[in-house]
Ligand binder design. Structure first.
Ligand SMILES: Cc1cc2nc3c(=O)[nH]c(=O)nc-3n(C[C@H](O)[C@H](O)[C@H](O)COP(=O)(O)OP(=O)(O)OC[C@H]3O[C@@H](n4cnc5c(N)ncnc54)[C@H](O)[C@@H]3O)c2cc1C
Length: 377
């Protein structure tokens, strides 16, 4: 599997990604190549056109993409297709699955995931976007932020409040999930200028009177939070795999450069001050990879995986960051030049550190759920 993905990615070299980083164009060619060979449906059941494989296989695939040098620009272009529609697979009706999944597998439709809001941040239960039921439709009003691929998406998976927070038993109740058209007549999508991954847009979304058929609601009214929670662990596993792949790409560039660059009459890589940080990065990436594979194995075998999935995302993002940072420093001044690529990796590796959940919140989760300490937030 990995070899097949590596082969596809080899068609998109460093110059391609440097160019996308400059012009910000969506990497449609990689997206198409992966769609044409059936990779977008890796986790979708065979009945709906996918391959029906597990999160382990998806993680290997995503890791191969970032490790090829495509980085997050490559992985984020397909990330949503790979596991984003998991709530539809698990909680959708048969008719919804037949309608929603095949176009995603075939690469005929792109989708985005609209959860984060400006006034709620990580406190998802406090989101303010409202979906009001009027007969057979819901009318959605609100604002979202950081929504990736909304410039190019045809569809969105959106979480909105259907019952006011004052009327529910607990704050996470009363949220509902919809998979529906991103109808630009009722949604203004405004791109955020950001630090890296220019080719895969992130946006503010202003939703004003969007009408959504009740047939586009996934599962029961009011249980949307529970449904997206189900997809959190596999998403953390994929993000971990992506971060490790990018860290490895940075590390291999750094090691190659350290062998070649001669200063003071010898390759810089002969100095322990250069070697040791690189060796440490290798060990940290390998350890994070094992944690990621443990979490993936647990998920695929129905074993509770939240501690391992959270730990994997944390460890992989930090190890990936160390590797990218060390790669820049190993290159000295050239590390700061775009043509050596590692500065791009450093800008991109910040994304798996921050999203979809911050390192602080992972530490809070482990402290509370694994160590039994009091909830701190
Ligand atoms: C490039 C990019 C792409 C994204 N794509 C998407 C997307 O497609 N869809 C989507 O829905 N979202 C997306 N996001 C949003 C992302 O998931 C959020 O940015 C992330 O969840 C953090 O939320 P926030 O930025 O509002 O941080 P906040 O909630 O404002 O938190 C800010 C900081 O405070 C810390 N903090 C808050 N409370 C505590 C506490 N109690 N204890 C300790 N620390 C605390 C946090 O850890 C964080 O460091 C994306 C973000 C980025 C940067």
């Amino acid at each position: 599997m990995r070899a097949a993905v590596v082969k596809i990615c080899a068609r998109f070299g460093d110059d391609y990604w440097l160019q996308r980083d400059r012009d910000g164009k969506f990497p449609e060619e990689l997206y198409r190549a992966l769609a044409d060979d059936g990779w977008l449906g890796v986790c979708i059941p065979q009945a709906y056109g996918g391959s029906g494989l597990g999160v382990t296989e998806a993680a290997l695939m995503m890791q191969a993409i970032t490790a090829s040098g495509a980085g997050l620009s490559g992985a984020s272009a397909v990330h949503m297709n790979i596991f984003g529609l998991n709530p539809v697979v698990v909680y959708g009706t048969e008719a919804q699955k037949r309608r929603m999944l095949p176009p995603i597998v075939a690469g005929k439709e792109k989708a985005c995931f609209a959860v984060t809001e400006p006034n709620a941040g990580l406190e998802t239960a406090k989101l303010q976007t409202r979906a009001e039921r009027r007969g057979d439709i819901y009318v959605i009003n609100g604002a979202k932020i950081w929504i990736s691929t909304a410039q190019v998406a045809d569809k969105m998976l959106i979480l909105a409040r259907t019952t006011p927070i004052e009327d529910v038993r607990k704050p996470t109740d009363g949220l509902s999930l919809f998979y529906t058209a991103l109808d630009r007549r009722f949604i203004e999508v405004r791109e955020i200028e950001k630090m890296g991954r220019k080719a895969v847009d992130s946006n503010q979304m202003f939703i004003d009177g969007l009408q959504v058929s009740a047939e586009d609601r996934i599962g029961e009214d009011g249980r949307g939070f529970e449904y997206i929670l189900h997809g959190f662990n596999p998403e953390r596993i994929l993000v971990a795999a992506e971060a490790i792949g990018l860290g490895r790409a940075a590390l291999s560039r750094a090691a190659a450069y350290a062998k070649e660059r001669v200063v003071f009459g010898r390759p810089i890589g002969q100095n322990q001050a250069i070697q040791h940080p690189l060796a440490q990065c290798w060990m940290e990436l390998e350890a994070a990879d094992l944690m990621m594979l443990k979490a993936a194995w647990q998920y695929d075998n129905g074993v509770p995986c939240a501690p391992a999935a959270n730990a994997a995302k944390y460890l992989a993002a930090e190890a990936g960051f160390q590797a990218c940072q060390t790669a820049v420093m190993t290159h000295g001044g050239y590390g700061y030049a775009k043509e050596y690529h590692v500065e791009r990796y450093l800008r991109e590796i910040m994304i798996p550190r921050i999203a979809p959940v911050s390192p602080q919140l992972i530490l809070c989760f482990i402290a509370e759920k694994v160590l039994g300490l009091p909830k701190s937030y």
